[in-house]
Design a protein around this ligand. Structure first.
Ligand code: FMN
Length: 204
């Protein structure tokens, strides 16, 4: 398999509708080709990674390079790979803003206007950070919220299992006290057990 990352610059400003059309095309076409990847856009600059079977990626890349909607096409990374990094994305997309960049400590010094082919091709570490940040999905506030909810639900689940366990122990103890009382053999030990149980039930 092959993974390729390239940079390019729009020929004419892309409208939001033109971006939507492009993405819709990618989402229709890439799954048929078995191609996955991501596309980042800002300042009229595209940064795209494509991955899939070598021949398929090479052919698609050739088509993309000839697309007159962009120019100054330059491949900045080409690697033979075993696994995909974007297996769930027919084409992940993000329009960068200064605010989203601020979320990433490694990109704090990076200004949005630096998102251009000259700067990016001269700073491979910045490109890596941008791609890594995109892959980790944390740039998306909605995904961050869903993750936080998942975590919250996990905590609730653990708390519920704990509460059930304590409940079960308390029930057992109460039953043993009732049994002892019915047989007229209540002792101090039962009182101590009751105290211990009260302490356990009070724990959070
Ligand atoms: C920045 C950019 C990224 C593109 N990415 C893809 C892509 O991932 N998949 C795809 O099928 N076409 C992509 N295209 C569109 C292709 O360049 C091309 O227009 C499309 O595949 C249709 O090609 P055809 O006219 O030769 O059939 C992209 C175009 C641009 C400008």
């Amino acid at each position: 398999m092959l993974r390729v990352t390239y940079l390019s610059r729009e020929s004419d400003p892309f409208t939001a509708q033109a971006l939507v059309d492009l993405l819709e095309h990618c989402k229709r076409n890439n799954p048929t080709l078995g191609v996955t990847g991501m596309l980042m856009y800002a300042n009229g600059t595209f940064l795209q990674t494509l991955e899939g079977e070598t021949g398929t990626v090479e052919t698609l890349l050739g088509r993309i390079e000839r697309d007159s909607r962009h120019r100054d096409f330059q491949v900045i990374k080409r690697e033979a790979v075993q696994d995909r990094l974007y297996e769930n994305w027919s084409m992940g997309f993000e329009r960068l803003t200064q605010a989203t960049l601020q979320d990433v400590p490694a990109l704090k010094a990076f200004q949005l206007e630096d998102f251009n082919p000259e700067h990016l091709s001269a700073h491979p570490a910045v490109v890596e950070n941008l791609l890594e940040r995109h892959r980790s999905l944390h740039w998306d506030p909605l995904i961050r919220e869903v993750n936080a909810r998942d975590q919250f639900i996990d905590e609730l689940r653990r708390a519920l299992v704990n509460a059930r366990q304590r409940n079960e122990q308390a029930l057992l103890l109460i039953e043993s006290v009732i049994e002892a009382s019915a047989e007229d053999r209540l002792t101090d030990i039962h009182l101590q057990l009751c105290r211990r149980m009260v302490d356990t039930l009070r724990q959070r």
